[in-house]
Design a binder for this molecule. Structure first.
Ligand code: PLP
Length: 379
């Protein structure tokens, strides 16, 4: 089955008895057993719930993976991956991570004796240099947030295979429509489902997928033991959102191209970061591993004053000033004071995240209106 067909059909056979075309919201905590242990495959909704199962099957299929698990949030999914680790283990991650991921690594798991290294991964050799026999996990985001750098997933996967290191890829920005890390050698793919997969800014959820049965068992054990699960109503909403993922991603990408071109030619704009631009430093890798360049754009103003950036983001009308991304509506954000405020300023600047950097999540509105909005906001 091809991608667009999968988004609509995968995982939808869970309610065979009634023939409902859409899996119902199984708003139930438990399931009747005939005799102890004799049941229909569902015992208790922390462990399994049919609406969640339908969604887990769907997301796994989209990522070309065998197993899927859904969680209360993207962070609950990352938390589950961290719990695979033991004191003394080391993790290598890219140095411009989502702020919440940086925070859970450095503020929670570092104090449990796990060591985290943050490196620029544009050159895979830098990653190889950091590997030692304690390295258990390499964690990457690509495109990175908010610098839109592209990391060569296959090159990092090769390093991981040589030393039996797990490779986890946060695929939130690209979505499986544009990039399938499992096919490139990842062991775990993670999503903040909150963003493009849900697509309508009405759910907070996370997901993990993997192919290895033992790994799936360990992750499901942690999911069930620690209980960071999502409810059936949210699963229903995401199943609904996913049906248009392929169509939405096409439009996000088309609009982003138009916005990136407009910003690149604007006299007040210094640099524009979008992997689809010919002059993007990692454009070739993006072309190799992605089927399109996505809807996220960052840009830096020429005027080197934080107030100038604040003025622009306060003036946009269609681009709403808000955290998050990936919904049908366009959003604008200021990473230094919003999503990445938990990253220390010296770390931020090292990775290029200056105070005048503005991030756009380009929605699926009519592009003329988006350009008009940016025109008036930039003045
Ligand atoms: C939002 C986000 C997360 C965290 O997900 P939540 O659903 O907000 O918990 C992780 N990684 C990336 C890239 C994100 O954008």
């Amino acid at each position: 089955m091809k991608f667009g067909t999968k988004t609509i059909h995968e995982g939808l056979n869970v309610d065979l008895p009634t023939g409902a075309i859409i899996p119902p919201i199984y708003q139930t905590s438990t399931y009747i057993q005939k005799t102890p242990g004799e049941h229909h495959g569902f015992e208790y909704s922390r462990t399994q719930n049919p609406t969640r199962t339908a969604l887990e099957i769907n997301i796994a299929a989209l990522e070309n993976a065998k197993f899927g698990m859904c969680f209360a949030s993207g962070m609950a999914a990352i938390d589950t991956v961290c719990k695979l680790l033991s004191p003394g283990d080391e993790v290598i991650a890219n140095n411009d991570l989502y702020g919440g991921t940086y925070r859970i690594f450095t503020k929670i798991y570092a104090s449990y004796g796990i060591k985290f290294h943050f490196v620029d991964m544009e050159d895979a050799a830098t990653v190889q240099e950091m590997v030692n026999d304690k390295t258990k996990l390499i964690w990457i985001e690509t495109p990175t947030n908010p610098m839109m750098k592209i990391i060569d997933i296959e090159a990092i996967a090769e390093i991981c295979k040589k030393s039996s290191i797990l490779l986890g890829v946060d695929n939130t920005f690209a979505t499986p429509y544009l990039q399938r890390p499992m096919d490139l050698g990842a062991d775990i793919v993670m999503h903040s489902v909150t963003k493009y997969l849900s697509g309508h800014s009405d759910v907070v959820m996370g997901a993990l997928v993997c192919n290895d049965e033992n790994l799936a068992e360990r992750l499901a054990f942690i999911q069930n033991t620690c209980g960071g699960i999502c409810g059936p109503q949210d699963c229903f909403l995401v199943l609904r959102g996913l049906k248009t993922l392929h169509i939405r991603m096409q439009r996000h990408t088309e609009n982003a191209k138009i916005v990136a071109e407009y910003l690149s030619s604007h006299p007040k704009v210094d640099s524009v970061y979008w992997p689809g631009k010919q002059d993007h430093p990692n454009h070739d890798i993006a072309k190799k591993q992605m089927d399109g360049f996505g809807g996220m754009i960052s840009f830096v103003l020429k005027e080197d004053a934080i107030d100038a950036a604040i003025e622009v983001i306060s003036k946009t009308k269609i681009f709403k000033l808000a955290e998050s991304l990936g919904g049908v509506e366009s959003l604008v954000g200021h990473p230094a004071s919003m999503t990445h405020a938990s990253v220390p300023q010296e770390e931020r600047v090292k990775s290029g995240l200056v105070d005048t950097l503005i991030r756009l999540s380009v929605g699926i509105e009519d592009s003329d209106d988006l350009i008009d909005d940016l025109k008036q906001a930039l003045g």
